[in-house]
Design a protein around this ligand. Structure first.
Ligand SMILES: NC(=O)c1ccc[n+]([C@@H]2O[C@H](COP(=O)([O-])OP(=O)(O)OC[C@H]3O[C@@H](n4cnc5c(N)ncnc54)[C@H](O)[C@@H]3O)[C@@H](O)[C@H]2O)c1
Ligand SMILES: [Zn+2]
Length: 360
């Protein structure tokens, strides 16, 4: 078992990483000195597998835990589901000291976190991420929210969890495609922050693909450390936190134009990261050989690295990018790499360069 601290003054919290942690959820919550009532919010896939274990662990520790099950998938990240959760919480008489447990992937974490941030003007919450993406990314850092028809994550808050419990045993049932999607965020940490992690991934990828617990423990802990360091320096997204968006400018646009669902997030940002690496070779001196290493690592992880777009799709992609980011004078701000392990944010990239890169 390992513990990573997220240093945020009186909002600091621990990320606990290991196996068999779910059965200790109740005891871990006891240490937080919260109220006796709580609610576990989960989705239908996850609740079926782990809902009972979570509820029983909480009950053994003396908590009165209500289980709220929302539909699986991105559509549950909506104000309609938030409303339904509020009603259940009120009926179960959750009060200011009560807390919420988010048991699931990033969708559940963002949704349950937003419910916790707003119910009674904010009650505590605990993250129990069950996807690889949620364990290394979305459960840490306090960004919570839901989607509107007009776009993703348009309503939200910063609300830090009181504890994050990453139990690898829950990853065993994760579908292979979802697991690989999480690897795209892991590779991202190597590129933006840690050349040694990138090398370790080049070496240990086969073990990681087999979900080897020891390798997972090392890698997930390192990614959480990096996210904790970045968030610790820039909690509310004023500067440094932007580096976490490496590959996301093109990735988000690709998700938007292809209709959410065609590409998983990790797949879209794998393509986006390879494109950002190519732009980096032109603009910030990333060696061409390193662009190759980046491309090969994503390929070995079973992720797409390019997309064939006709002229009209390219146009829509650029339009989506302009919507997503501030554009000034025909340029879009990107996170670009100088070398593997070091990036800079806020680099202006001319639209014509992006068009070139996309013409594959
Ligand atoms: N808040 C942040 O900082 C942040 C960062 C990145 C992504 N996100 C958000 O995260 C969401 C994506 O998260 P995700 O990729 O975890 O998707 P997800 O939560 O939809 O989970 C993916 C699928 O796996 C299933 N699942 C989850 N755990 C499982 C398990 N252990 N076994 C079997 N099936 C399981 C889910 O039911 C779902 O069908 C997006 O909404 C994105 O906006 C938020
Ligand atoms: Zn991402």
């Amino acid at each position: 078992m390992r513990t990573v601290k997220v240093p945020l003054g009186n909002r600091s919290y621990n990320i606990v990483i290991g196996r068999g942690l779910l059965k200790g959820l109740g005891v871990a919550c006891q240490k937080l000195k919260l109220g006796a009532r709580c609610a576990v919010i989960s989705d239908s896939n996850v609740a079926r597998r782990f809902g009972k274990a979570a509820q029983q662990s909480l009950a053994r520790a003396g908590f009165d835990a209500l289980l709220i099950v929302v539909p699986a998938g991105e559509t549950a990240k909506s104000l309609k589901t938030v409303q339904a959760c509020y009603d259940r919480l009120a009926r179960h008489r959750l009060e200011r000291k009560s807390f919420i447990v988010a048991l699931g992937g990033g969708v559940v974490g963002d949704l349950a976190g937003f419910v916790a941030a707003t119910y009674l003007r904010g009650i505590p919450f605990v993250q129990v991420p069950t996807t690889l993406l949620a364990q290394v990314d979305s459960s840490v850092g306090g960004k919570v929210g839901v989607n509107l028809q007009a776009g993703k994550n348009l309503v939200g808050a910063f609300h830090q969890p009181r504890l994050v419990l990453c139990d690898f045993d829950t990853l065993r049932t994760l579908p292979a495609r979802e697991y690989r999607s999480g690897l795209a965020e892991i590779i991202k940490y190597g590129i933006i922050y840690d050349a040694a992690l990138f090398q370790k991934l080049e070496r240990d990828l086969p073990k990681l693909l087999k979900r080897d617990p020891k390798t997972l423990a090392d890698v997930v802990a390192r990614c959480c450390e990096i996210k904790a360091e970045v968030v610790g320096q820039d909690e509310t997204d004023g500067g440094l936190r932007a580096i976490l968006n490496f590959g996301h400018t093109i990735g988000h646009a690709l998700e938007a134009i292809s209709g959410y669902g065609k590409y998983l997030h990790g797949e879209a940002i794998a393509i986006g990261q390879v494109a950002a690496a190519e732009l980096s070779a032109r603009l910030t001196g990333l060696p061409v050989a390193d662009v190759g290493r980046i491309r090969v690592l994503f390929q070995r992880a079973g992720l797409p690295v390019a997309v064939k777009l006709d002229a009209s799709a390219r146009k829509r992609l650029l339009a989506a990018m302009k919507l997503d980011k501030k554009v000034s004078g025909g340029e879009i701000k990107f996170v670009l790499a100088g070398r593997i392990g070091k990036v800079e944010h806020g680099r202006n990239v001319p639209l014509s360069f992006i068009q070139d890169i996309l013409r594959v």
